[in-house]
Design a protein around this ligand. Structure first.
Ligand code: ATP
Length: 392
């Protein structure tokens, strides 16, 4: 396409047809380290995908390869079905937003937004019109003449987003764009990004190590560990139907309890539950059980299999810790109304709900009960106020 026709397409505001992106067997090796280890991810046209994983798992490396800022040692990236290996970064029509705002300090917001259009030789009046339109889209109407140092961090990141969108990219790449912002601004901009994606429909890859962000934004979440895809699925499936131990542990709270698997079910805590795909299907297993998948009720001594350790209020729900007679500590999520008779030492019967669970090989992954995670996970509580009740 000539610069002129490209310019007129941009100037006419022509909506691009959304394109799919496929990462096929991507490998990236740095010295001894396999930063990407046969990574395969298939992104549908117009989809919003989050790459989620711990620090160093390879998320940014994958994004940089898609953007053309780095090369894979092997594998392919297809955009709209076309291998883009030989397409330089500047010709990939991808919009990028990084963690650092990376605006040009000596340019106004409008000039920053229009920068990519200038490179594409779009006429200055058109640049201005599109920049105003994009600034309005990201909620910055009337701020076109401000310089970056006259904008807050959140506003600068909105300008960066407007700049990435101004070229009407075929793919939008967002690398932890919210992590430098404080919690309130982060939440606001997250909602804006969701709204804008709905309006614009650009295929989007959002890199984050924050599960709450990934779950709130993405159509599907790709959980990555050690350069490999662990699971790609809608947020609720990632949480409720984890296919690997890593996914179950990385997302949400988990009790690790002993069970015996037989075929498609597992016996655990005197009951039986179906097994998820990916489970070990025979013998001694460790079952990974979410706190809300456990049931707990007061019981006579003879029927009890544990005792209450503590009860903590978390807004609309309660988290109850109990020590089982097997010495495993368990965490059970309950409704507040159900806890009136529970105090420290109360004998209780803990059982599982008959919902699908993941079981892993007990000889490799022992059943260690409940362990507090390093970071508070999502879905388990809406707690602003957390009040530990020291039971009498
Ligand atoms: P974070 O969330 O901390 O940004 P990430 O998942 O994005 O992490 P990457 O930046 O993709 O991780 O890095 C993956 C691995 O590759 C890390 O161990 C990192 O140290 C290593 N790595 C990345 N770039 C290089 C490089 N240019 N040279 C050597 N090692 C690198």
């Amino acid at each position: 396409m000539t610069a002129q026709s490209n310019a007129s397409q941009v100037a006419a505001g022509a909506a691009r047809a959304a394109v799919g992106v496929q990462l096929i067997d991507l490998c990236r090796i740095f010295g001894q380290l396999r930063a990407l280890d046969n990574l395969n991810i298939d992104i549908a046209p117009g989809e919003f995908i989050a790459f989620l994983g711990p620090s160093g798992c390879g998320k940014t490396t994958a994004l940089r390869i898609v953007a053309g800022l780095d090369d894979a040692n092997s594998g392919q990236v297809l955009v709209g079905g076309r291998d883009i290996q030989n397409v330089p970064a500047s010709k990939r029509d991808m919009g990028m937003v990084f963690q650092a705002y990376s605006l040009f300090p000596n340019m106004t917001a409008a000039d920053n937004v229009g920068f990519g259009l200038r490179m594409r030789k779009v006429h200055k009046d058109e640049r201005r019109r599109i920049a105003e339109e994009m600034l309005a889209l990201v909620g910055l109407a009337g701020m076109s003449n401000r310089y970056p140092n006259q904008l807050s961090g959140g506003q600068q990141q909105r300008v960066a987003l407007a700049r990435a969108l101004a070229i009407r990219p075929s793919v939008l790449l967002l690398d932890e764009p919210l992590s430098a912002l404080d919690a309130k601004v982060r939440g606001e901009l997250r909602d804006e990004i969701k709204r804008i994606h709905k309006d614009v429909g650009t295929t989007t890859i959002f890199v984050t190590h924050d599960q709450e962000e990934a779950f709130a934004l993405a159509d599907r979440v790709a959980v990555i560990n050690l350069g490999k895809l662990q699971q790609i699925a809608p947020p609720t499936d990632i949480y409720e139907r984890p296919q690997t131990e890593f996914v179950a542990e990385f997302v949400g709270l988990t009790n690790r309890l002993p069970g015996v698997a037989e075929g498609d079910t597992v016996s655990i805590l005197g009951g039986r539950a179906p097994l998820l795909d990916g489970s070990v299907k025979s013998g001694q297993v460790t079952v990974l059980v979410r706190p809300e998948r456990l049931h707990l009720e007061p019981a006579a001594d003879a029927d009890a299999n544990g005792r209450i350790v503590s009860v903590s209020f978390r807004g609309s729900i309660c988290m109850v810790r109990a020590r089982l007679h097997t010495d495993h500590l368990v965490m059970v999520q309950m409704q507040n109304a159900d806890i009136s008779r529970l105090t420290e030492g109360t004998p209780v019967k803990v059982s599982v709900l008959p919902v699908p669970m993941l079981a892993v090989d007990a000889s490799k992954s022992p059943s260690t009960g409940f362990k507090e995670p390093a970071e508070a996970p999502v879905f388990s509580a809406e707690a602003e106020e957390v009040e530990e009740v020291a039971a009498p």
